[in-house]
Ligand binder design. Structure first.
Ligand code: AMP
Length: 442
C-alpha cells in the first residue's frame, strides 16, 4: 500500500515524501482512513510503529477540511482557537510530537505550539496569545495554563491521548479528568496505548464513542525485529560487563536503563571513567540538560545514554541499534517499552539485559508478559557466583544485586495514584501523584 491510496491532501503528501517515507506503516494504513472518517479510535501500538504520523497526518487534514470556528470580522480571519489537543506523558514525547506536527504540517497554514513543565511558562503564554490551532501538552503544565487562563480548550474538535497507559502509570489520571472536563462533549477522540490494562479500558469506555479498535503489534509483545538476550551476571560485575560488551562489539549508540536516577548518574560517571562517553537523562535533570544529553547522543558525541524509564519514554532516536537493561524494571510492561526503543519502524535492534540473582522474579514476570523465554547467555569470565543469595528489591534498589547503596538517598514509598482530597492546586496535586513516579524511580 502507498500513501497515495490513503486520500491525503497534496500538501501533506508532499511533506511525507520529503521526510522520505515511501509507504505507510501498518498503524498508519489502519488509522489514517478511520481518523479521516471522523471515527473515535483506540489504537494499540507501541512507540516505534509510526503511530505519531498515524494520528497527526489525518488530524491535520481534518482541521484543513472543516472551517475554523468564528466568523471573519471586516474581512479578517477570526482569531485562531485551539482545535486539536494532543496530551502526552513526558516532555520529550511532547517535543517530538510537536516536531512531527511541524514537519508534516509544513505546507499547511496551521499553527501549533507545545507546552510542558520544567521550562519557563511565559514564552509559552506569549505563543498561546498569538493563537494556535494545535496544542501538544503534558497534562500538568496544561493545567497550569488553565489556572492562569492562558488556554481556552472549549473549541477543541480533536483530542489525542498519546501513550495513555504511561500517563496513567505516572499518576496523571486526575489531571486528565480535569482537562477532559474543560473540553466540548462533541469531539473526536483518539487514544493510543502500548498496553491495555483495566484502567485504560475504563478510561476508554468513558471517553470514546463507538471507537474503532486497531492493534498493530500483539498486546504486550515486543517488536519482532528486536533480538533479546539475557546475560546472567553478579551485580557487582555489571558495569565491567557492560563496558566489555560495548567495547568488544564496538557498539556506537547504546541506550542503557537503570531503575533509579542515582543509579543512572553513577553509571554514566563510571562509564566516562572507563573511557566510554556517556550522559544520564532523568527527571532530576533540568530540561536544558536533558535536551543537551539527547542531542549529544543523537549526533554521536556521546556513545551511551543512561536513562530511567520515565525519562526515556517517548525518546525517538532513529534506528537506535542497542538497548541495555542494566537493571530490569520493577514493572514488566516497562520492559516492553524499553526494548521498543530499538527495532523501530522495522529496523533490526538488539536488547540485552544484565540480570543478577535478585532480579530473577522480575525476569519471570517479563517472560510471562511477553509469553516467551528470553535466551540466557553467560559471558565467559562473568559466571554468577553461586554463593550469592537473592535479596529483595525495594524502591528500585536491591541488596546484593541493586549494587552500591552508599550515597544513595532512599526515597520514601508513596502509594501509587495515592488518593487525595480534591482540594488543592494542580501542581500540588501533581506533586502528590509524582509519588507514583518516584516509586517507579523516574
Ligand atoms: P513513532 O512510533 O511515531 O514514534 O515513529 C517511529 C519512527 O518511525 C519515527 O522515527 C518516524 O519518523 C518513523 N516513521 C514514521 N512513519 C514512517 C513511515 N511511513 N516510513 C518510515 N518511517 C516512518
Amino acid at each position: 500500500m502507498s500513501f497515495d491510496s490513503l486520500g491525503l491532501m497534496a500538501e501533506i503528501h508532499r511533506a511525507v515524501s520529503e521526510k522520505g517515507y515511501s509507504q505507510p506503516t501498518p498503524i498508519q494504513q489502519q488509522a489514517i482512513p478511520l481518523v479521516l472518517e471522523g471515527r473515535d479510535l483506540m489504537g494499540g501500538a507501541q512507540t516505534g510503529t509510526g503511530k505519531t504520523a498515524g494520528f497527526t497526518l489525518p488530524l491535520l487534514q481534518r482541521l484543513m477540511q472543516s472551517p475554523p470556528p468564528g466568523k471573519p470580522v471586516k474581512g479578517r480571519q477570526p482569531r485562531r482557537v485551539i482545535r486539536a489537543l494532543v496530551l502526552t506523558p513526558t516532555r520529550e514525547l511532547a517535543a517530538q510530537v510537536a516536531e512531527s506536527v511541524d514537519v508534516y504540517g509544513r505546507y499547511l497554514p496551521l499553527k501549533s505550539a507545545v507546552i510542558f513543565g520544567g521550562v519557563s511558562i511565559n514564552p509559552q503564554k506569549q505563543k498561546l496569545v498569538r493563537g494556535v490551532d494545535i496544542l501538544v501538552a503534558t497534562p500538568g503544565r496544561l493545567l497550569d495554563h488553565v489556572s492562569q487562563r492562558s488556554v481556552d480548550l472549549s473549541k477543541v474538535e480533536i483530542l489525542v491521548l498519546d501513550e495513555a497507559d504511561r500517563m496513567l502509570d505516572m499518576g496523571f489520571i486526575h489531571d486528565i479528568r480535569k482537562v477532559l472536563a474543560l473540553l466540548p462533549k462533541q469531539k473526536q477522540t483518539l487514544l493510543f496505548s502500548a498496553t491495555f490494562s483495566d484502567d485504560i479500558k475504563k478510561l476508554a469506555n468513558t471517553l470514546l464513542k463507538s471507537p474503532a479498535l486497531i492493534e498493530v503489534a500483539r498486546r504486550n509483545t515486543a517488536a519482532e525485529s528486536v533480538s533479546q538476550v539475557v546475560h546472567p551476571v553478579d551485580k557487582s560485575r555489571k558495569r565491567e560487563l557492560l563496558s566489555l560488551l560495548i567495547g568488544r562489539n564496538n557498539w556506537r549508540q547504546v541506550l542503557v536503563f537503570t531503575r533509579t536516577k542515582h543509579g543512572a548518574n553513577r553509571l554514566s560517571e563510571q562509564l566516562n571513567k572507563d573511557g566510554i562517553t556517556a550522559a544520564a537523562i532523568h527527571g532530576n535533570k533540568s530540561q536544558g540538560a536533558r535536551t543537551r544529553a539527547l542531542a549529544d547522543f543523537k549526533n554521536g558525541n556521546v556513545r551511551v545514554l543512561v536513562a530511567t524509564d520515565i525519562a526515556a519514554r517517548g525518546l525517538d532516536i532513529d534506528q537506535l541499534p542497542h538497548v541495555v537493561n542494566y537493571e530490569l524494571p520493577n514493572v514488566a510492561e516497562d520492559y516492553v517499552h524499553r526494548i521498543g526503543r530499538t527495532g523501530r519502524a522495522g529496523n533490526e535492534g538488539k536488547a540485552v539485559s544484565l540480570v543478577c540473582i535478585d532480579e530473577l522474579k522480575l525476569l519471570n514476570d517479563i517472560e510471562r508478559l511477553i509469553k516467551r523465554d528470553i535466551d540466557k547467555l553467560v559471558i565467559d569470565g562473568f559466571e554468577p557466583d553461586p554463593s550469592i543469595k537473592a535479596e529483595p528489591i525495594r524502591n528500585g534498589r536491591s541488596g546484593s544485586c541493586g549494587g552500591n547503596q552508599r550515597g544513595g538517598q532512599q526515597r520514601s514509598r508513596k502509594p501509587r495514584n495515592g488518593k487525595s482530597s480534591s482540594a488543592g492546586s494542580s501542581s500540588r496535586h501533581r506533586r502528590r501523584h509524582n509519588g507514583g513516579q518516584s516509586r517507579r524511580a523516574a
